[in-house]
Design a protein around this ligand. Structure first.
Ligand code: SAM
Length: 252
């Protein structure tokens, strides 16, 4: 059986020879997975380090483990990917966050676009960020990444533009758009570009407005088509990220 990985909201050091796991993780180990003394699990901590640990003691509700050794996986893509997601239905965003994490994004930035039929106000925004963080942490454990993507919320497209332009690195900016006039991804093959970082934007269920596309293009985002079929939001995210990891990342 594949070793189960659990995320701990703390930092593990060599001094922590034995650890009592938080009640939520203990519950998962005891009641859901029915593991017991002697079983080996893996713990991923907040700093991105990972440890093999053996269950040494169990009580009714808590599990104590002994750290065995630190483990490392070469699962981080050399490509920096920032994914800009227009707000959409919450189950679609959850799926997009999970799949984008599996596909190696480093940052996910959510924002309301003109046709987003879902809006978020404070304090809901903070709750949602925590929820997306948790989904990303679970996905990191499942796919054995070392880094949890960072999640941000921006209040509109203008703030998104400022956020990207504030980066010192040279970023290739791509907006997925099914509108006429978009390029095919093959333009990047012929242009032989080799970016270190790529920013990708995916629109809401209703698509981008013409005004939004004009803003993207005036700020040097390249409109790219993913073929003649209209893909659902979460499908467009997966296709876009897979193509980028294939062209410039570690999907070889
Ligand atoms: N309502 C829009 C329409 O029917 O024209 C479709 C929006 S689609 C569900 C959501 C987003 O996925 C789009 O804004 C775009 O970013 C991306 N997308 C979907 N299909 C695409 C395609 N064939 N090419 C490029 N982007 C696509």
């Amino acid at each position: 059986m594949t070793r189960q990985v659990f995320f701990l909201p703390s930092v593990i050091t060599h001094e922590n020879k034995e650890i009592v796991l938080p009640s939520e993780v203990s519950h998962q180990i005891l009641r859901v997975l029915r593991l017991s003394r002697g079983d080996v699990v893996e713990l991923r901590d907040e700093s991105g380090r990972s440890w093999k640990a053996e269950i040494v003691r169990v009580s009714k509700k808590l599990v104590q483990v002994a750290l065995l050794e630190e483990v490392f996986y070469a699962t981080e893509s050399p490509l920096g990917v920032k994914l800009f997601l227009a707000l959409a239905r919450s189950d679609r965003i959850d799926l997009a966050v999970r799949q984008a994490t599996e596909l190696g994004v480093k940052e996910i930035i959510l924002f309301p676009s003109a046709r987003s039929s879902y809006r978020l106000e404070q304090p809901k925004i903070q709750d949602r960020i925590l929820r997306w963080d948790k989904i990303a942490q679970e996905a990191v454990c499942q796919c054995r990444r070392m880094e949890v993507p960072r999640i941000f919320y921006k209040k509109d497209l203008e703030e998104v533009m400022t956020f990207v332009e504030g980066e010192s690195e040279d970023i290739l900016k791509i907006v997925a758009s099914e509108m006429n006039g978009s390029y095919g991804m093959e333009i990047f093959l012929s242009a032989k570009v080799k970016p270190d970082t790529v920013a990708i934007a995916v629109g809401p269920e209703g698509g981008w407005t013409e005004e939004e596309m004009a803003i993207f293009e005036s700020r040097k985002w390249i409109p790219v088509s993913l073929g003649p079929r209209i893909l659902r939001y979460e499908t467009a995210v997966v296709v876009m990220l897979s193509l980028c990891q294939f062209l410039w990342g570690d999907m070889k």
